[in-house]
Design a protein around this ligand. Structure first.
Ligand code: ZN
Length: 166
């Protein structure tokens, strides 16, 4: 197992749709292990493969009830609204109140190649939406109202300049 550096916005890998996994082989099993290790080290409650520079549709999470993963996840259903202070390991140390569905139901494959569904509200529903966004090339900044997003991007650029990393 290995801990990977986490890619930070605006890295292009975070802004491009990831590819479907066609073969669930040892490389994918190792990737899932590495993603858990990287996520716990960060620490975070969810991680998508593009966040460690691997442009594949693989997501992992642990919202307190153990390790879960989905390969080629798709959102089947969302319902309701919930505003929650949300952050992202790829946009470090920043949180915004973000409105998303309160409930989400998603389907994908597990490492045995079996179809599996997860459904939930609160943190699980939030994480499913956040991580599936990642494999579609969407980061939480895209979920902000435009004016808030533009302010956030300006503030991030200012900080980068003051650190000398344009
Ligand atoms: Zn994220």
């Amino acid at each position: 197992m290995a801990i990977f550096p986490i890619r930070v916005y605006p890295d292009p890998v975070l802004r491009s749709p990831a590819a479907e996994v066609t073969d669930i082989d040892d490389d994918i099993r190792r990737l899932v292990d590495d993603m858990f290790e990287t996520m716990y080290d960060a620490p975070g409650v969810g991680l998508a493969a593009p966040q460690i520079g691997i442009p594949l549709q693989v997501v992992v999470w642990d919202v307190g009830d153990g390790q879960h993963h989905l390969i080629n996840p798709v959102m089947l259903e969302t319902e309701g609204e919930w505003v929650f202070d949300e952050g992202c390991l790829s946009v470090p140390e920043r949180y915004w109140p973000i409105e998303r569905a309160a409930y989400a139901r998603a389907r994908g494959l597990n490492l045995d190649g079996e179809e599996i569904e997860y459904a939930g509200d609160e943190l699980l529903g939030r994480v499913l939406q956040h991580e599936i966004d990642h494999v579609n090339g969407i980061v939480l900044l895209h979920r902000l109202p435009r004016r808030v997003r533009n302010q956030a991007l300006r503030a991030m650029r200012r900080e980068d300049w003051s650190r000398g990393t344009p």
